[in-house]
Design a protein around this ligand. Sequence first.
Ligand SMILES: NC(=O)C1=CN([C@@H]2O[C@H](COP(=O)(O)OP(=O)(O)OC[C@H]3O[C@@H](n4cnc5c(N)ncnc54)[C@H](O)[C@@H]3O)[C@@H](O)[C@H]2O)[C@@H](O)CC1
Ligand SMILES: Nc1ncnc2c1ncn2[C@@H]1O[C@H](COP(=O)(O)OP(=O)(O)O)[C@@H](O)[C@H]1O
Ligand SMILES: [K+]
Length: 505
Amino acid sequence: MKILTCTQQKEADAYTIANNNILSINLMEKAASLIADEISKRWDRSHRIVVFAGAGNNGGDALAVARLLFSKSYPVEIYLFNIKGTISEDCMTNIQRLQQCGFTDYHEISNAFEPPKLTAEDVVVDGLFGSGLNKPLSGGFASVVKYINASNAQVVSIDLPSGLMGEDNSNNLRTNIIRADLTLSIQLPKLAFLFPENEDIVGEWKTLDIGISQEFIAQADTPYIITEASEMSQLIKPRKRFAFKNNFGHALLIAGSSGMAGASILAARACLRSGVGLLTIHTPVCNHDILQTAVPEAMVQNDVHELYFAEPVDLDNYQAIAIGPGIGQEEETALATFDQLADCYIPAVLDADAINILSSHRNYLNRLPRRSILTPHIGELERLIGRCNDSFDRLTKAKELAAYLQCYIVLKGAYSTVITPEGKFYFNPTGNPGMATGGSGDVLTGIILALLAQGHSQENAARLGTFVHGLAGDIACRRTGEISLTASDIIAALPEAWKELCETK
Ligand SMILES: NC(=O)C1=CN([C@@H]2O[C@H](COP(=O)(O)OP(=O)(O)OC[C@H]3O[C@@H](n4cnc5c(N)ncnc54)[C@H](O)[C@@H]3O)[C@@H](O)[C@H]2O)[C@@H](O)CC1
Ligand SMILES: Nc1ncnc2c1ncn2[C@@H]1O[C@H](COP(=O)(O)OP(=O)(O)O)[C@@H](O)[C@H]1O
Ligand SMILES: [K+]
């Protein structure tokens, strides 16, 4: 699913009106009827609906919602803020429609505002500003926002919480943005919904299909895409009747050190559950017996060192390599890692300590093989690119790094993001907060390694791996709940996740 900018959303509205034989006012009515349905599904007529409308089309939506709920016998009150004295045409039509249906609890505010008393039983419909917001809110509007936020009322925002910019909020003041319980976004989500710092502003979000031109959306140029299951399922290659293990690649996993054998076990098990033909784990001597016992399907190759990775491996027999889970950050390990990467001609994924080692030896960054996949969480990424002000800033800097290194970055977290060297952002919709537990990331490394070894491109391996990892996490979570979920539970759910994805059309 594409994410359009607010500017593109306006263009999409205009295109739909011009090409799909629909009047602007009818598109607004369609949006309003879906919003009113959603509200009436969640709140019954015992709740007063208090509508705060601006003078643009977001306000027009809100007035139409008010009329539709009034016609369903909800108690409704409206406050329309007409400060400049200019009201959009469709908003004006909706004022007239309200009058025609005998609605009277309507207050138009042009300067001083006597706010209504809001209680926890009230539902506020926030239609002050939508995609037309062109600067952060201030003055009277900021006061109204603060007043609504200070109340205990439930807040439903139309299109996006008023005051929130669709993309970049680095110059915005959080106190001047509506904090919604529910955001009903027109047609597509906004980029800002996917940022952790906006969770409390956006609340639960849902998109409403009002019939914006699919043709426009298909041709719209955007770097922001939410990955979909149907697209990922098409990447899975059916196995031939006469297939044998060499068809699915031989993967090399360099992982583990004294006290961190677990990371190598988790990555190895996930790799084996993701279709790899053969797996060799290169690990220090101290982990040999542990791995031979815990992962009997894998071959184990000892490093020269007893405790940590110290000598690079000849890559001739392998189709892909993963390096990093639990390797530690000894100086010898760092040098071995760079030697390993300097001559690396097979697809590579770098995780955890391999990324930390890069941060502490920045002069080696340009030795990184092109098209490598890096899988940092926010902390690991910021050690590489420096502290970021917010998510938009972080994505912008991560994109610059991906382009500079010509690498793929999988920025892990909710909506894990695959950032390509060409500057595309693929947001992953699967996964849940139960996965915020030690070892989950090692599982992802193992999955991506298996996909690279099977010949998937780096971009597809990163996207498909991230998707199936989250899907397995979701399946596991249904069994264990978020609290008890462990990385091993994600691995245990991988067979069902792969099966489910294979069956997705
Ligand atoms: N036919 C259409 O175009 C449709 C539009 N829709 C709704 O229309 C919305 C967009 O409507 P508009 O483009 O009219 O924009 P808005 O209703 O978001 O607001 C635009 C108005 O606010 C003013 N403004 C912007 N930033 C301000 C600030 N910081 N302080 C004070 N005033 C500010 C602008 O000058 C303009 O007059 C969408 O979010 C959606 O809710 C939906 O009804 C779907 C159909
Ligand atoms: N709130 C969340 N929602 C979805 N996925 C999450 C969430 N928190 C963590 N995850 C996923 O779990 C994994 C955690 O990885 P990481 O932080 O590297 O853990 P570790 O280093 O312990 O293995 C990542 O793939 C991340 O996307
Ligand atoms: K709004």
